[in-house]
Design a binder for this molecule. Structure first.
Ligand code: AMP
Ligand code: ZN
Length: 665
């Protein structure tokens, strides 16, 4: 192969690997293989400077030194954002928008507000030509050589990009990379960095680009500006940018109302610490670019966008010890035991650390001073380490490998961040946990019995599963600690009284993984009795509305287990409810047996919920999406066009509300 071609092939391959690793987070070759190919390319380029290419992946390693960053005027100004702090603020904003636009439909996109350093990238003919900081909004610093070392910034684009445009985004330093940098600095006796944001923005101004290359910076994009880009909405913009090879977070939502916006805000206020990088709010934008243009800007910020700031109280305190809890399903939860500290009006002593990844992400260690936050959520969270207070002799947290209760080696399955103890029948905490769940208020609500009693009964060898509860006698229970004749009697009576608890709650009480109250109700309604449910296949279960693969799998697994089958058989003999009660079955028929309905759109005579209930009450199943298993698609007003197309292509009959009522009668 001739040299030029060889160089080109290597460049193309390395670009693609870069994209897969840094943008998609799905590498297809090992780091070693990547390094080898990069080295080969470096050598060839060194021998053949005549084939220089400003978009070569070798430029990622940096090396260029910039003494003074040149000032560049932005072609399009970089604006600030107005802030809002409440639903009322957002509603006021929406009213202002409607006043300007008139009585038209306005959609909003919600994105997260990434907390880093803003950047504007200019692309010409698919090549990165310029990267400029925000500066004062009118002009910023040319930091192109440094930006080129950030691996998720594409130097060359793919697809049908416009010939010239600017794209705006945020340079961020993910938590794990930040923690690693600081751990090294502390180990070398250097001052640790304050926070990811300042470190990210400081990195852009480093003179030696090879130092920037060593920092695990990331670039998240959110906005394209330019003439004749052919883009019509903000949502489409995000899609396009993704297509061209940019890293655009998939956490985003297209909303039709302030209520929907608030749902997004509330959800992310609570879950943002699960993200790999820092965010400090949500940015809400009018979706239509035509509408954006009509709305225009104030002197400072666009009228079509609004930031919603998360409000979170934060304190720092000492992390004394990390302990591990085993749940009734065997899931391990690491817990931070803190030096008690006052936060948002309550004293906090413990915080959940979620899982091993969470500990690794922030590099949390015993003896660290940690930042604890309580935002919209109830349970406080650890959101970072104060590295300046890390003790010299600190060592990284080694996650436990064995169950703290029964010493069984822990396992972790793909797609689940938690570690599990698999010793289902032998792990004492799992055994008692399941019984404690069974007797709990929302399950069998057994009076006269608490969690400690369960533990005692188990320790005395009187119970090993919840079926054993029903054979307990007053005489057996009385000798237990703190038990008197009266309380023993109450306990035994409480157990017997639980036989009136309805089927759906019994189903919940069994403690099948992923079967919470709502799912239990669904299943009870769909199958009416335990025998039918136990006979259901995974496929049949998935066909039930709101039952997904994960739940279906777990249900089948649970009932296939011999011991569980035995326990259920025993519970039956004790009189526990394993079918829907007569009054629940009243007005119920089998008219629609074997038929699956998908309901979509708005209806005139009955509500959607009523319609679904009618189907289920008459033995039919409600499916969530149209498939070859669907018998009828009941179409109301404003039904989604994709459902119709799908039904038509599969030959599924589409019927109206009236047709349905006719079938029923
Ligand atoms: P502020 O500096 O508080 O006025 O907020 C404006 C800055 O938010 C912009 O300059 C961006 O750098 C940053 N930002 C972060 N995420 C987004 C986003 N999704 N959309 C728009 N701006 C964002
Ligand atoms: Zn265990």
């Amino acid at each position: 192969m001739d040299i030029k071609k060889k160089i080109e092939t290597l460049r193309t391959a390395l670009r693609e690997h870069n994209y897969q690793y840094y943008v998609l987070d799905q590498p297809t070759i090992s780091d070693y293989e990547f390094d080898m190919q990069l080295k080969q390319l470096q050598e060839l380029e060194g021998q053949h400077p005549e084939f220089h290419d400003p978009t070569s992946p070798t430029l990622r390693v940096g090396g260029m030194v910039t003494k003074n960053f040149e000032t560049v005027v932005h072609d399009f100004r970089m604006y600030s954002l107005d802030n809002s702090y409440s639903k009322e603020d957002l509603e006021d904003w929406e009213k202002r928008i409607q006043r300007v636009l008139g009585d038209v439909e306005v959609e909003f996109t919600c994105e997260l507000k990434y907390d880093g350093a803003s950047i504007s990238l200019t692309y010409e003919d698919g090549q990165l030509v310029k990267a400029v900081t925000r500066g004062d909004g009118f002009q910023g610093d040319n930091v192109t050589t440094n930006i080129k070392t950030i691996k998720s910034v594409p130097l060359k684009l793919k697809g049908d990009y416009p010939s010239k445009f600017d794209i705006r985004g945020e340079i961020v330093l993910p938590f794990d990379g930040f923690a690693k940098m600081n751990a090294e600095r502390v180990a070398n006796g250097e001052e640790p960095y304050m926070n990811p944001r300042n470190t990210a923005s400081g990195s852009l101004k480093l003179q030696d680009s090879s130092l920037v290359a060593q920092r695990p910076l990331d670039c998240l994009l959110y906005g394209i500006v330019g003439r004749n880009t052919g883009i019509e909405t903000q949502w489409q913009m995000l899609d396009k940018a993704r297509e061209w090879g940019f890293k655009v977070p998939t956490v985003a939502k297209l909303c039709k109302s302030t209520d929907q916006v608030m749902e997004f805000v509330t959800y992310w206020d609570e879950h943002r610490h699960d993200l790999p990088y820092e965010t400090d709010g949500v940015v809400i934008k009018v979706n239509g670019l035509q509408q954006q243009e009509e709305l225009g800007h104030t002197s400072k910020s666009p009228r079509w966008a609004m930031a919603y700031k998360f409000k979170a109280e934060q304190v720092s305190t000492l992390l004394n010890e990390i302990t591990y809890q085993v749940g009734r399903t065997g899931a391990i939860t690491p817990v931070a035991n803190l030096e008690p500290v006052l936060l948002a009006g309550t004293t906090v002593k413990r915080a959940s650390l979620h899982n091993a990844d969470q500990i690794a992400k922030f590099d949390i260690r015993e003896g660290d001073t940690v930042f604890v936050e309580k935002g919209g959520e109830i349970i406080p969270k650890i959101i970072g380490v104060d590295f300046s207070k890390r003790p010299k002799d600190s060592t990284p947290t080694a996650y436990i490998e064995n169950c703290p209760e029964c010493h069984t080696p822990l396992v972790r399955t793909e797609g689940d961040a938690k570690h599990y103890c698999t010793n289902y029948y032998g792990c004492p905490v799992q055994i008692t946990g399941r019984i404690q769940h069974y007797i709990s208020r929302k399950a069998m609500d057994i009076e006269g019995m608490g969690s400690e009693t369960v533990t005692l009964l188990f320790q005395e060898g009187l119970i090993t599963n919840y079926a054993d509860l029903y054979t307990l006698t007053k005489e057996q229970v009385m000798p237990l600690e703190r038990m008197a004749e009266k309380s023993a009697e109450n306990l035994v009576n409480g157990v017997q009284a639980s036989t009136v608890i309805p089927f759906e709650r019994v189903l919940f009480a069994l403690g099948i993984r992923f079967v919470g109250e709502t799912v239990a109700k669904k299943l009870a309604k769909a199958y009416k009795n335990i025998d039918a449910l136990m006979a259901a296949t995974e496929e049949e279960l998935i066909a039930v509305d709101e039952i997904g693969e994960r739940i279906a799998q777990s249900v089948v697994e649970f009932f296939q287990n011999d011991t569980n089958q035995e326990i259920i058989a025993r519970l039956k003999t004790y009189g526990v409810q394993f079918e829907l009660a007569a009054e629940q079955l009243e007005n119920q028929t089998e008219k629609l047996k074997g038929q699956t309905f998908v309901v979509s759109g708005v209806f005139e005579k009955i509500s959607r919920t009523e319609l679904k209930k009618l189907i289920e009450d008459n033995g039919g199943k409600v499916g969530s999406s149209v498939s070859s298993k669907t018998t009828y698609l009941v179409a109301g007003d404003k039904m989604g066009p994709s459902k119709r197309t799908k039904a038509e292509s599969l030959g599924v009959q589409i019927i109206s509300e009236d047709d349905f009522l006719e079938i029923l009668n």
